[in-house]
Design a protein around this ligand. Structure first.
Ligand code: ZN
Ligand code: ZN
Length: 448
């Protein structure tokens, strides 16, 4: 194509961009993209979906903005693709803007766009909006229903999630692999053991879907949370697929919840082999020993972790405000308003302490004196983010925080106090689910 000069034609160039991106070679895709002289919406779509396909969602958003600035109007395909990137990054404001512009454009909506809208709103924890789009749709397929089923499940509305599933079956649509992940997740978080077991069985026997690691993880979680650790272990042993690290981690978390050190040791030793550089099993096991007063064992695990040069994955939280993403890391002072934020954080911590909050130093993980431990805890990334939210998000609007790891128990407790004391709806999405803090309680029913 280079020799013949055909590469310069849109039709060829667009197809080449698409081909390279789908092969995972973004740098070649962009080399070709940059040679296309008269880029149309399809050229941009190839590049944007290519980025999204390779997990470069931030890049996809930047390209989309570039396209708009160059005067090319989006169509349904690129709108759907960019909404999926917003969903991945949980960028609600950006997604809302794309939605509004699409409505203004006068383009006919399509199943593709509507499905992406439902997914984007559900993924950002905006169930009312997701539901509104869902209800406005003339046609729905399994993706539409599943997006909402998963959305409800992740936002602590297990019963609604299961109710939707019944409606979906009544409307004649068959569930798929992902629908069942949503259902089992809903059951495990709502503590519906019997129902969860029934869905698991019907998935295999009625719908002919082979369970994958994610389904097993939900089942191990479902049984484990309820304290049925032996049944949970039995399921792990009988798994039809190789249990990956995710399933073992879920099992380890259940052991921690119920303080079963023997089983936790077993799970941790498997994880040490499966994911040797992951700090989580070390930290969990060492925390369990400390909690049980077995300081020497705790220190031994810590020492083992150190000898292997494993460090904790840094936790960070972010908020989106007026089109800007504000990122916070524990004890990091790079934010331009850092002084005010730290001051507000310590004020807030002082206020909730007066209201009965007791810092849980188990989560501090520093070998320093009690006061020092508490200091570290006070500046966890989600606490800095919430202080920022209290300062700058107008009263009445929810404070939306995203975190790359799971929320720690101490921050979870603090958020409950803060929601009550400042009359705020705080929505925290961690790596597992959404936590809606309102009036001193959390939607996850304290299953974190
Ligand atoms: Zn924390
Ligand atoms: Zn919660």
């Amino acid at each position: 194509m280079i020799k013949t000069g055909f590469q310069g034609y849109n039709l060829i160039g667009n197809a080449l961009v698409d081909m390279y991106a789908k092969q995972g070679d973004l740098s070649y895709a962009f080399k070709v993209f940059n040679t296309i002289l008269d880029r149309d919406v399809i050229s941009w779509t190839s590049a944007v979906t290519g980025c999204a396909h390779n997990g470069s969602h931030e890049e996809a958003l930047k390209l989309f903005c570039k396209m708009r600035n160059s005067g090319v109007e989006p169509d349904q395909v690129i709108t759907s693709s960019i909404l999926s990137s917003c969903a991945e990054l949980a960028l609600l404001e950006f997604g809302q803007q794309v939605h509004a512009n699409f409505m203004k454009s006068g383009l006919q909506s399509s199943l593709l766009v509507d499905n992406s809208l439902v997914t984007m709103y559900a993924n950002c924890g905006c169930l009312e909006e997701a539901d509104r789009v869902f209800k406005s749709m003339a046609n729905r397929n399994v993706i539409t229903w599943t997006a909402l089923i998963v959305g409800y499940a992740q936002n602590g509305k297990g019963k609604e999630s299961l109710g939707l599933y019944d409606q979906m079956i009544l409307s004649g649509i068959k569930p798929d692999f992902i629908t069942f992940i949503g259902l089992l997740f809903a059951c495990s978080h709502a503590g519906l053991i019997d129902q969860g077991c029934r869905y698991f069985e019907s998935m295999i026997n009625v719908h002919g879907i082979r369970p994958g690691p994610d389904h097993y993880a939900c089942m191990v979680d479902l049984l484990g949370r309820a304290g049925k650790l032996l049944e949970s272990e039995k399921l792990l042993d009988e798994m039809a697929v190789e249990p990956g690290a995710t399933v073992w981690k879920v099992f380890l978390a259940a052991c921690r919840k119920h303080g079963n050190i023997d089983l936790a040791k077993k799970a941790a030793s498997v994880l040490f082999k499966l994911t040797p550089q992951d700090a989580v099993p070390y930290v969990m096991l060492s925390n369990m020993y400390s909690k049980a007063g077995k300081w020497e064992d705790a220190a031994a695990v810590r020492k083992l972790m150190k000898s292997k040069c494993i460090s904790k994955e840094p936790g960070y939280s972010w908020l989106e405000m007026n089109g800007k993403v504000h990122r916070f890391m524990s004890e990091d002072r790079s934010h331009p308003k850092s002084d005010q934020i730290y001051l507000r954080t310590s004020e807030v911590m002082g206020l909730i302490k007066n209201a009965g909050y007791v810092p849980d130093v188990n989560f501090a993980l520093h070998d320093i004196n009690l006061e020092g431990k508490e200091q570290g805890l006070a500046y966890h990334s989600e606490k800095l983010a919430v202080a920022f939210g209290l300062l700058y998000v107008p009263q009445g609007a929810p404070i939306r925080i995203y975190k790359n790891l799971r929320v720690c128990g101490d921050c979870h407790t603090a958020m409950k106090f803060i929601s009550k004391m400042f009359c705020r709806h705080i929505i925290l999405r961690d790596s597992n689910c959404f936590h809606h803090f309102r009036d001193g309680t959390c939607s996850c029913r304290d299953y974190y």
